[in-house]
Design a protein. Structure first.
Length: 329
């Protein structure tokens, strides 16, 4: 498949992306909250339950994996990527090395991982990856984000994007504007618009083909600590307005991150966007991690005998978000 074909497949009608690319540190925190030890065996058990769901390909187009997971196999020696392929699901890979403190800019982050990336992409391609993900993190606070932070993260995303396409891999471009803080939805719109404009400027400078990439944006939403929370209708309207103002024609679609929203919010906001705004010139779908996995992980609870319960939970959630991506929820 060409990168254009992969990009279109990732945002096919009624389908979205399952993000299960948690780093070892992140998955350990989530396991610990359930009273489960994070070991190679427990991580394998949980992740195997997610990549072996029969029928998941009805609702999920791609799965973003972590380095450990893309190398994993089932008990019969079948690669996880092959298990997904049998369901018609594409395999992706997280390639950034994490958001680190941005030197000279207190409270801000810059994502690292460009060094040696072409070589890593070549190996991941051989392991079965057809797309990749890189997450930039933008924090709203007193005097931030600064222009320097936005520019550094936009440039990093664009350079990663070009390296991916040169390797025959579709880049998912993820400029996450964090939900943490007491900012209003108006402030969220202002920052999101500026960030997305800078990202597309940088992508243009690097020569990234817009028809061979996917944007993974945040929704335009009130900060978690904001006294006046925007309504679901306002979130849908502001998010669509922001994307229409910033996303160039040619981009196949936007697959939203859930970014700290509740499962219900993640479904409602996406559903309203697709139901109320039918003139958007690109697909609006999901690339959810916690929102898809929360119930599945709790059902599994560290026990192999609960794998079927985890499978049922993730399939049920995927169907909900599939309907939201069609505006039929």
């Amino acid at each position: 498949m060409t990168i254009q074909e992969v990009a279109l497949a990732l945002v096919a009608d009624g389908k979205g992306i399952l993000a299960m690319d948690e780093s070892s540190g992140t998955i350990e925190k989530r396991f610990t909250a359930l009273g489960v030890e994070s070991s190679e065996d427990t991580r394998w058990s949980y992740r195997y339950s997610l990549v072996s769901v029969k029928g998941l390909g009805q609702f999920i187009s791609g799965v973003i994996l972590f380095d450990e997971t893309i190398r994993s196999k089932d008990k019969q020696g079948v690669a996880f990527t092959e298990l997904l392929a049998r369901e018609g699901i594409l395999s992706g890979i997280k390639v950034d090395m994490g958001a680190k403190d941005f030197e000279g800019h207190p409270g801000e982050k810059n994502t690292l991982g460009l060094e040696g990336l072409p070589e890593r992409l070549k190996e991941y391609k051989e392991l079965g990856a057809s797309f990749a993900k890189w997450r930039a993190v933008i924090t709203i606070g007193e005097g931030i984000p600064t222009d320097d932070c936005i520019a550094a993260n936009a440039t990093g995303l664009a350079k990663y994007g070009k390296m991916c396409q040169d390797a025959g891999i579709v880049p998912i471009i993820e400029p996450e504007v964090l939900i943490d803080g007491d900012h209003t939805i108006e402030k969220s719109f202002e920052v999101s618009k500026k960030v997305q404009e800078k990202v597309f400027e940088a992508l243009n400078v690097q020569g990234v083909a817009l028809d061979g990439m996917i944007l993974k944006p945040s929704m335009v939403i009130s900060g978690k600590e904001c006294a006046e929370q925007a309504t679901p209708e306002e979130v849908a309207a502001q998010t669509v307005a922001c994307l229409k103002a910033t996303v160039p024609l040619g981009v196949p679609g936007c697959a939203f991150l859930s970014g700290g929203q509740s499962d219900e919010q993640a479904a409602s906001h996406l559903n309203l966007m697709n139901k109320n705004f039918t003139d958007v010139p690109f697909k609006l779908t999901f690339s959810y991690g916690r929102a898809l996995q929360r119930e599945a992980m709790a059902a599994w609870a560290g026990k192999d005998e609960n794998q079927d319960l985890a499978r049922e939970a993730v399939l049920k959630k995927a169907k909900v978000y599939s309907e939201a991506s069609l505006g039929t929820l």
